[in-house]
Design a protein around this ligand. Structure first.
Ligand code: HMG
Ligand code: MG
Length: 305
């Protein structure tokens, strides 16, 4: 195992988007700005800021334009946002973003409940987003949700997720993030899914987006790492949730991921102490304790082994 580990890994922070979209009480703009500033101070270089989706569907992120326009990020920090359709792309471009992300599910029922579209209709919408975004000089990331399981349909055939991922890459996405949306994945399942993807797609085109709903996210990330995945999505202090499991833990906590990686000698470019501070900011702005482990326990002060 140790011979296959990389010297560095890229962390894609999703807390302002995936985390805050799940909060029952919308977080005020100032709280979002404070969180993003703390994430930038911790050294995160890729941050998903918000979503340019329908404010009727996700009222928590209705201030997307104001937030995007009010953040002054250093030039080496890339801010991104979800865009489901041409309207979302136009809003993101007008707000000055250099990167966006399109998203769909590998299961029809979840895709319809999440975006009011079939999988094919989502691809029709993306044909009006990805080419114009690339022509405007933006980068586009893709997401495939419910790859590890769907709350309505149960098991999802791996081949379907692989094909959707290939289509997103063919359309022009620079990378596709593979989602365990409801946090049901196990390490063996992760091995099967990632191996199937890697048999057809280069590792640098893939990321893992793991939710820690059942406590398996870090174990699944380690399996992905061993198989060659070098990009992981995470959310500070585990901010987030699962709409299908009220009260459950959110995304894989960024501190937990960074602690494990740095402790294994894998560089992330992130300052763990400052990241723990960002986790405290997250707790303050959402006014509740968050589930991640390392922001509670603190870093270890012993030499890594
Ligand atoms: P729809 O109701 O079918 O939209 O929603 P429509 O095209 O029929 O338009 C209806 C109205 O919405 C119109 O306004 C549009 O202008 C407006 P009206 O004429 O009635 O006043 N509208 C918009 N407004 C602002 N921005 C837009 C936009 N588009 C339409 N972009 C739609 C379809 C896709 C818009 C809707 O279903 C939607 O916004 N869904 C978003 C759901 C969402 O954000 N889910 C969470 C993110 S996915 C996720 O969390 C998974 C992930 O983390 C990975 C993982 O965990 O696996 C990424
Ligand atoms: Mg998610």
């Amino acid at each position: 195992m140790l011979e296959t580990l990389p010297s560095e890994v890229s962390v894609y922070e999703v807390s302002p988007r995936d985390g805050l979209q799940n909060e029952a009480a919308p977080v005020p703009l100032d709280g979002k700005r404070e969180l993003v500033a703390a994430l930038i101070a911790a050294g995160l270089k890729r941050i998903e800021l918000t979503s340019f989706v329908s404010p009727r569907w996700v009222p928590q992120l209705a201030d997307a334009e104001e937030l995007a326009r009010s953040i002054e990020a250093p030039p080496d920090v890339v801010l991104s946002a979800l865009c489901p359709n041409a309207k979302g792309f136009e809003r993101a471009r007008a707000a000055g973003l250099r990167e966006i992300a399109v998203f769909l599910s590998a299961s029809e029922t979840h895709n319809r409940k999440n975006t009011n579209k079939s999988i094919e209709q989502s691809f029709e919408a993306f044909a009006e987003v990805v080419p114009p975004a690339l022509a405007a000089g933006m980068r586009v990331r893709g997401y495939v949700s419910t790859v590890f399981g769907c709350p309505y349909e149960g098991d999802v055939p791996i081949e379907r997720s692989v094909r959707i991922t290939e289509r997103l890459l063919e359309l022009g996405c620079y990378q596709v993030s593979i989602g365990d949306t409801i946090g049901v994945g196990t390490p063996l399942q992760t091995r099967n899914i990632v191996s199937a993807l890697l048999s057809r797609i280069p590792a640098e085109k893939l990321a893992l987006h793991l939710h820690d709903t059942r406590g398996t996210a870090l174990a699944n990330a380690l399996v992905g790492l061993e198989l060659g995945i070098r990009d992981f999505d995470a959310s500070v202090a585990g901010l987030g949730g699962c709409p299908y499991a009220p009260g459950a833990a959110g995304n894989l906590a960024t501190e937990d991921l960074v602690y494990m990686l740095e402790g294994m000698g894998i560089r992330t470019g992130i300052d763990l102490d400052r990241l723990i501070e960002a986790g405290r900011v997250a707790e303050r702005v959402v006014k509740r304790p968050l589930p991640g482990k390392v922001h509670l326990a603190g870093p270890r002060r012993l030499r890594s082994v």
